[in-house]
Design a protein around this ligand. Structure first.
Ligand SMILES: C[S@@+](CC[C@H](N)C(=O)[O-])C[C@H]1O[C@@H](n2cnc3c(N)ncnc32)[C@H](O)[C@@H]1O
Length: 215
């Protein structure tokens, strides 16, 4: 990746500073649910981990984690309100299999050991609908290559978007990876989220793309 490409970000940070109650909850909950950089590798070594990339408010992350205690769901976000929401939600719903990482997903994928993940979810990545902004989209060939490297054989990638041209563009990219076997394009129990419902209000459909990493 060139220096110029590295500067392109898939997210924009605009957040209000935390109120005192949010700061207190963050301090209390981070030691239990937060995964600092130095511990990323040990979490994926300790249990089968599914990474939820850009989980937003965490509705899907918490719904899936509650229904599947056999996996640890490690959510990656840059958005601190979302990170806090998930930590509060995991405490409230007693979800011991939820962990959160505050980082750019590209950085996490680059740092994880090869063949270390049981799966990855990329649900409703920011669509960047204007053509001149498509270069900011998270799902690129380099992103898929980074995902493939960290997935175990048999590991599953599940992407969902309500932007037809993003789904088509991503499907075309996924097809170029011979090591990824396409699976039925089903939601497979994926819970609805605020972003998905917003898409429906705009008249969009949801597109699920699923692939299994071959040995
Ligand atoms: C449209 S929201 C979707 C949230 C959630 N997955 C859902 O389906 O409701 C996209 C999220 O991806 C996050 N995001 C964008 N680029 C990211 C990156 N490089 N690393 C981690 N999170 C990212 C944004 O902060 C945002 O919360």
């Amino acid at each position: 990746m060139s220096g110029a490409q590295r500067l392109i970000r898939s997210y924009v940070r605009r957040e209000r500073p935390f109120k005192e109650s949010q700061k207190a909850d963050w301090e209390r909950l981070w030691p239990r649910y937060g995964v600092p950089r130095a511990a990323w590798g040990s979490v994926v070594a300790a249990a089968p981990v599914i990474l939820d990339i850009g989980f937003g408010d965490g509705e899907a992350l918490m719904g899936i984690a509650a229904a599947d205690s056999a996996h640890t769901y490690m959510g990656v976000e840059m958005y601190r309100s979302g990170l806090l929401k998930v930590m509060r939600g995991a405490e409230h719903a007693h979800l011991p299999n939820v962990r959160v990482v505050e980082a750019d997903a590209n950085e996490v994928l680059a740092a994880l050991p090869a063949d270390s993940l049981a799966g990855a979810h990329v649900f409703f990545p920011d669509p960047w609908p204007k053509a001149r902004h498509h270069k900011r989209r998270l799902v690129t060939a380099a992103f898929i290559a980074a995902l493939v490297r960290v997935l175990r054989p048999g590991g599953i990638i599940h992407m969902a978007t309500d932007w037809e041209n993003y789904a088509a563009e991503a499907a075309q990219l996924f097809r170029t990876f011979a090591v990824l076997e396409p699976l039925a394009p089903e939601r497979n129990g994926r819970p609805e989220t605020r972003f998905e419902r917003r898409g429906w209000r705009l008249g969009h459909s949801s597109y699920d793309l699923r692939y299994r990493r071959l040995p």
